[in-house]
Design a protein around this ligand. Structure first.
Ligand code: HEM
Length: 481
């Protein structure tokens, strides 16, 4: 039994039986939701397999048919209910956790219990820390963020060593990569098999050991100081460990629990931000005409206000460029994954019923590419949102809120950060970080595509879209600085 070959065969058999039973004994009330794809048990099973490659086309086909409606597509073990149109998207975004569960959705797609740990899924208090303390401290911490950005570019482009702890940095990045890679694979198995297959895929213990070695003593000291001097001891650092300690309760106030929480927070931040920035760099090299106007804007603002968080607010073109890049390159074709957890299921305002245990989500990419929402929706127009903000400011029409076109603004038709109750709490940090990074790039470097005019193709697997991981971009430090 210890032979992994047996495990693979048993697992494959169990998966097949489970998939067939799940589909055969689905809740019949799901039948009222129209299907996009095949409906017969065997065909839908085949389509479920194809979904791993064909998800974008299937979701787009559903959206074209039901642009303001609800449809379902076959996955390996179940049906995925997909929602589109502002009315229904708002209903998903507004539903409480005990009805449509964000945590249940993440668990379904990323097997968080296995790849990070049970406590992170069951008590995600770090989301409060991000929403409150991190966001409140963006101004105060900006000089350190700015310094980190300048050092990171020097390091990554191998211009000089910055003296940062490379083992610590690499470990955080490796953890983020491992969580997504292994989590997606483990999540392809039914829940009862996940603990069995997880050790073959996940490297979480390795990353945790490294993090404990480096971060453990720092956290230990903070806990000791707090026990000795109380929560507001003089000289307490204004950083994530201190903020987490303000929100952590009970068994979360231990060294291992806090170290894991830092890793989990970094996971939420690293994967998303680095993919977003990679997309933005690919967009910049494919549309080099945006470089000089953004350089001019960044230079003007920095000369007037210095490198500050307030200064970033004046970088309207850079904000617009990033928002446009996010619009066209959402991190997945769908967003806002939820599991119906309410005992009585979930009923949309048009009467559509989704039974308990079902998974649902929102068709993000088709919404972003909808030409009834954006003019020339499929085209990259870097300053689209800057122009809209200027137009609305000029008309002074109170119904047109100019703040709705900022990178941080979410809406049922702009879903890069989700919308509603679970809209990304890290987006204020993410926007600050990405704007400061892009401003740094355009001010200090000339950048060019490996092949002029060619945007490296994305990688699509199941429901995710990842920017090309092997393409190269040319960076040259500006000679005229
Ligand atoms: C460009 C960067 C980012 C993108 C595109 C992004 C996107 C998202 C999306 C789509 C969601 C799910 C929304 C939903 O299902 O309704 C989400 C949730 C979340 N994000 Fe981000 N994110 C980014 C950066 C960050 C950063 C930097 C942090 C942490 C500092 C972070 C922390 C979180 C957390 C904790 C949640 C769960 C929220 C909840 O349960 O209420 N994200 N993010």
């Amino acid at each position: 039994m210890s032979d992994p070959g047996f495990l693979v065969i048993y697992s494959a058999l169990a998966v097949l039986i489970f998939a067939t039973l799940r589909k055969a004994f689905r809740d019949p009330r799901l039948d009222a939701i129209p299907i996009v794809g095949s409906s017969g048990p065997l065909q839908s099973y085949w389509d479920g397999l194809k979904f791993l490659k064909n998800a974008p086309a299937l979701i787009q086909a559903g959206y074209d048919q039901y642009p303001e409606g609800i449809f379902r597509v076959p996955r390996l073990f179940d049906w995925l209910v997909v929602v589109s149109g502002p009315k229904f998207v708002k209903e998903v975004g507004g539903a409480p956790e005990n009805v449509l569960s964000f945590r249940g959705g993440v668990e379904g797609n990323l097997a968080i219990k296995q790849v990070i740990g049970r406590a992170i899924g069951e008590n995600p208090y770090h989301q409060i820390t991000i929403r409150t303390s991190l966001t409140r401290n963006l101004h105060a911490c900006f000089p350190e963020v700015r310094d980190e950005i300048a050092c990171a570019f020097e390091d990554v482009l191998q211009l000089r060593g910055s003296g940062r702890n490379q083992t610590y940095l690499r470990n955080n990045v490796q953890f983020a990569v491992d969580v997504v890679r292994s989590g997606r694979r483990i999540a392809l198995f039914p829940y009862f098999l996940r603990p069995l297959v997880a050790p073959f895929y996940s490297n979480k213990d390795k990353s945790f050991t490294v993090a404990m070695k480096i971060l453990g003593p720092v956290v230990q000291e903070r806990l000791a100081k707090e026990n000795e001097l109380g929560p507001n001891w003089p000289g307490k650092p204004n950083d994530l460990i201190s903020w987490l300690l303000e929100d952590a309760e009970g068994e979360e106030r231990t060294v291992p629990a806090l170290v894991l929480r830092v890793l989990a927070t970094n996971f939420a931040a690293i994967h998303t931000s680095s993919m977003g920035f990679t997309h933005a760099i690919f967009d910049l090299t494919t549309h080099p005409e945006y470089l000089l106007p953004m350089r001019e804007e960044a230079k003007r603002v920095v000369e007037k206000e210095g490198w500050t968080k307030a200064g970033l607010n004046s970088m309207v073109k850079i904000d617009s460029f990033l928002r446009e890049s996010q619009r066209l390159n959402n991190l997945g074709h769908i967003v806002m994954n939820r599991r119906v957890v309410a005992k009585d299921g979930f009923r949309f305002s048009d009467g559509t019923f989704v039974p308990r245990g079902s998974f649902l989500c929102v068709a993000a990419r088709p919404t972003h590419y909808d030409s009834s929402i954006h003019e020339n929706a499929a085209e990259f127009d870097g300053f689209r949102f800057a122009k809209e903000r200027a137009e609305h400011a000029a008309t002074r029409d109170p119904s047109q809120d100019i703040f709705t076109r900022q990178m941080i603004s979410t809406a049922p038709d702009h879903l890069s950060f989700g919308t509603g109750k679970h809209a990304c709490p890290g987006r204020f940090f993410a926007a600050t970080e990405l704007k400061a990074m892009l401003a740094h790039v355009v001010m200090n470097y000339d950048v060019a595509a490996e092949v002029e005019g060619v945007r490296p193709p994305d990688t699509c697997f199941n429901m995710s879209v990842t920017p090309n991981a092997t393409a190269k971009v040319r960076f040259r430090k500006r000679a005229d600085l």
